[in-house]
Design a protein around this ligand. Structure first.
Ligand code: SF4
Length: 489
């Protein structure tokens, strides 16, 4: 096993992979001649949008190496688990799904099984894989994703598990190919890592310290996406609001207007000027770092959507302090009030953790009171789960499971009532919807999203996918809206 210090690298480190990409491409070409088909891969992605985007990068690299996507696990020659360690559930699913592949590997010894992502940054997880999942071929972490061609190449020459996990992050690596699934919507990283150390969260330990991409590389990437047909981009980071910390101002003007782009509001405004880009979203925002300047940019720039994901986590000041969140319930609600006043119709979503260590009934009441006041359009509610290696995991005042469940159920019930009430308020109104896909019911049904990020189902031909339409809302469901097309734009 190799658990290495980060070797020195340059931002063009992906270029060093071209040799291994060529080797794999040659081997895969030979495989195609021998088997009359290409080598196929399948990626199972767990967790957040950042992980989804990392999987798009893996797919981009696999495409360069001559692989094609398999439809089923049974059809795959290479199965990759891109893991997430933020929630216990996702971790348990990885172990379960890995174990379930043992018979497949027995039947097909040539099958390569690769495990990567945040979970692998934790030594005890790698140890568990070594001990119990000997059918795995390769393990690597979040900091050396760009080395995937080299690592994969090495793993094909060994019958033993190859492990290469870097302990620390490097600088931002540019130039990785990205295979994006939906042409009209794209996700673009603007920062990596996090410096906040919320006491329940493992991300700063697995994704490393915060690093910002340069505005030039972000804008260049988005311009390319728009040329390829993207109409909406979501700017991604663990905390987009602290974008720019550590970036150095350009010594002299390039004429492209990047000199002043050293914080998130400035970046958002610069991105909004990209011609042809119809919608911009961003996530995730830390309430302590949202500035009035950002709210003003959101209010001013037409293509920045009226939708804000603002994780609150708890309504109790005592718990927020213990979580190391650096804001109070009052400050959070003031921020919401300001944002809603400046951005009419703004939809707000959040994350809430129920049952943080030491949480009392009074603390829970504070959170219940907060959700009444905040009137979220939707919320992701989680029961606290211990994440080994975080300060909260060490606390002795863990909330008993039955108490957590009772509080969670109460919260979910009330939250669902609020959300359906808010959804009902849209009935009879007409919204611009970006048509994303065929609906669940198949041909003749479509789904799309409003600027407020509400999912809307309606009837129409699949040829409309990728267009915009005015849709009148006729019915509200728990998690979506139903409507009818007034006009295709
Ligand atoms: S802001 Fe807090 S919750 Fe979010 S990634 Fe950073 S440490 Fe985790």
């Amino acid at each position: 096993m190799k658990r290495s210090e980060r070797p020195p690298l340059s931002a063009s480190a992906y270029a060093d992979q071209s040799y291994y990409i060529q080797i794999q491409r040659n081997l895969n070409a030979q495989f195609e001649v021998d088997h009359d088909r290409k080598r196929r891969f399948m990626i199972m992605t767990y967790g957040c949008q950042m992980n989804e985007h990392d999987s798009e990068k893996l797919m981009g690299m696999l495409g360069e190496m001559g692989y094609e996507e398999a439809l089923t696990k049974e059809d795959a020659d290479l199965i990759i688990f891109n893991t997430c360690c933020v929630r216990e559930n996702a971790e348990l699913r990885v172990y379960g799904n890995l174990g379930a592949l043992k018979p497949l590997k027995k039947k097909n010894p040539d099958l390569r099984i690769v495990v990567c992502g945040c979970m692998m940054q934790q030594p005890h997880v790698v140890e568990e894989i070594k001990q119990k999942y000997s059918h795995v071929s390769l393990v690597f972490g979040t900091h050396n994703l760009h080395q995937f061609p080299h690592l994969l190449s090495q793993s094909y020459t060994s019958s033993h598990l190859l492990v290469d996990v870097w302990d620390s992050e490097g600088e931002v690596i540019e130039g990785l190919p990205v295979a994006r699934k939906v042409g009209i919507k794209a996700f673009v990283n603007i920062t990596y890592g996090c410096n906040n150390f919320c006491t329940y969260c493992i991300v700063p330990y697995t994704r490393g310290r915060e690093r910002s991409r340069t505005p030039e590389s972000i804008v260049r990437e988005i311009e390319g996406l728009v040329r390829d047909g993207a109409k909406e981009v979501t700017l991604l980071g663990q905390n987009v609001n602290s974008y720019g910390k550590g970036l150095k101002p350009l010594a002299e003007s390039t004429g492209a207007g990047f000199e002043q782009v050293l914080n998130f509001p400035a970046l958002l405004e610069r991105v909004s000027q990209i011609e042809g880009l119809k919608r911009i979203r961003f996530m995730t925002s830390h309430p302590k770092d949202i500035s009035e300047a950002l709210i003003e940019v959101m209010a001013r720039c037409e293509n920045v959507c009226e939708s804000l994901h603002l994780p609150v986590q708890s309504g109790s000041d005592r718990v927020l302090k213990a979580m190391n969140r650096h804001y109070t319930k009052g400050q959070y609600l003031d921020l919401l009030e300001l944002a809603r006043r400046r951005i009419p119709g703004l939809s707000v979503t959040t994350d809430i953790i129920v049952g943080f260590p030491g949480e009392t009934e009074e603390d829970h009441e504070e959170t219940m009171d907060l959700i009444e006041k905040a009137q979220y359009d939707s919320a992701f509610t989680f029961m606290y789960s211990i994440r080994t290696g975080t300060p909260a995991a060490e606390r002795e005042d863990q909330v008993p499971e039955d108490v957590k469940h009772a509080r969670f159920d109460r919260m979910l019930k009330r939250m669902n009532e609020i959300v359906i009430e808010k959804n009902k308020a849209h009935v009879g109104k007409t919204y611009e919807v970006m048509i994303e896909n065929e609906g669940k019911e198949g041909e003749g049904t479509l789904i799309g999203r409003t600027r407020h990020n509400h999912l809307v189902a309606f009837e129409g031909p699949s040829a409309w996918t990728g267009s915009f339409a005015l849709v009148k809302i006729t019915r509200a469901k728990n998690f979506s809206l139903v409507g009818e097309v007034v006009e295709v734009l």
